[in-house]
Design a protein around this ligand. Structure first.
Ligand code: C2E
Ligand code: MG
Ligand code: MG
Ligand code: MG
Length: 290
């Protein structure tokens, strides 16, 4: 059970968060089992959202939460999105699943806000197929309206490869979303093709440096150079930079020294179930206090 795994990891201390993450990868499940299970998972309410804080590297305060999808088939280990999102994408199941994620995250945000819990913003990941849906803007507006979630409270994360697949159509969609007041972030930056000239045309607010560059940032000169360059590039374009996958104090220090704006990672907190987010926020925990 998810929560038990979480508490176990927490009890054992921060270093064990990684075990928890590995625990979750049910790589043993074969593709057919995954696919037929996925088809029924929505109606059986087997999906859960976890939330991972985004923390400001100057103030140390939480500035948002990223919703991360989990699948908990009954009696089995939790399945990682890395294992089922590609299949959901191929089969088209990602469209209803993605809408469920958006709706659940917006409803959670609105509920937290009503309860006086301030999470600043909620970030939702969009898949390629979802982003290319003709009615994406319509779905997003409808969900915001129905959940009474403020558009300014929503951030959408899209990878650069999704945008580059059809940059002209993408820029149109992104402009519409941005005009609605929604914040936009490029996820996994550095792992796909990017055309900097296009990047300039996109109304995005944030670049997220992929965790593959953060992992060895203090020991690998190339990774350090890439991260430093991304931060400089982003700042010259008036974008903020979020580093993903920050696990150590040394990585954190490097990122602060190089003026990175925000971080996410096990060093501060792994993705948490909603109840634990409330606990974290009520404790008022930030980077420089705990
Ligand atoms: P992502 O959006 O880049 O999310 C970051 C991933 O890094 C998450 O994995 C998170 O749990 C993990 N992570 C966070 N901090 C650390 C750390 O310090 N160290 C390490 N090693 N990992 C860390 P997760 O939750 O397994 O999600 C994997 C990917 O699946 C996400 O990458 C995203 O691309 C996709 N995904 C997750 N939820 C959704 C969703 O609702 N919709 C769509 N379309 N994709 C999703
Ligand atoms: Mg993301
Ligand atoms: Mg990412
Ligand atoms: Mg990533």
């Amino acid at each position: 059970n998810a929560d038990t795994a979480m508490y176990r990891a927490k009890d054992a201390g921060r270093n064990n968060y990684q075990f928890y993450a590995q625990d979750m990868n049910a790589r043993a499940m074969d593709r057919l089992t995954l696919e037929s299970g996925l088809r029924r998972a929505l109606e059986r309410k087997e999906f859960i959202l976890y939330y991972q804080p985004k923390v400001n590297l100057v103030s140390g305060e939480i500035e948002g939460m990223e919703a991360l999808l989990r699948w908990q088939p009954p009696g089995q280990k939790m399945v990682s999105p890395l294992d089922f999102i590609p299949i959901a994408e191929e089969t088209g199941l990602i469209v209803p699943i993605g809408e469920w994620v958006l709706r659940t995250a917006c409803a959670q945000y609105a509920a937290w806000k009503n309860a006086g819990v301030n999470v600043c913003r909620i970030a939702v990941n969009l898949s390629a197929r979802q982003f290319m849906q003709q009615n994406l803007v319509e779905v997003v507006s409808r969900v915001l309206h129905e959940t009474e979630c403020d558009a300014a409270g929503l951030e959408l994360e899209i990878t650069e490869s999704i945008i580059m697949e059809n940059p002209d159509a993408a820029v149109e969609t992104l402009r519409t979303l941005s005009n609605m007041g929604i914040k936009l972030a490029i996820d996994d930056f550095g792992t796909g093709y990017s055309s900097l000239s296009y990047l300039k045309r996109f109304p995005i607010g944030y670049l997220k440096i992929d965790q593959s560059f953060v992992r060895d940032i203090t020991t690998d000169a190339d990774d350090a150079a890439i991260a430093t360059a991304v931060i400089a590039l982003a700042h010259s374009m008036k974008l903020q930079v979020i580093a993903e996958g920050v696990e150590t104090a040394e990585q954190l220090q490097f990122l602060r020294d190089h003026n990175c704006d925000q971080m996410q990672g096990y060093f501060f907190s792994p993705p948490l179930p909603a109840e634990q987010v409330v606990k974290l926020l009520k404790e008022g925990r930030g980077l420089w206090s705990s």
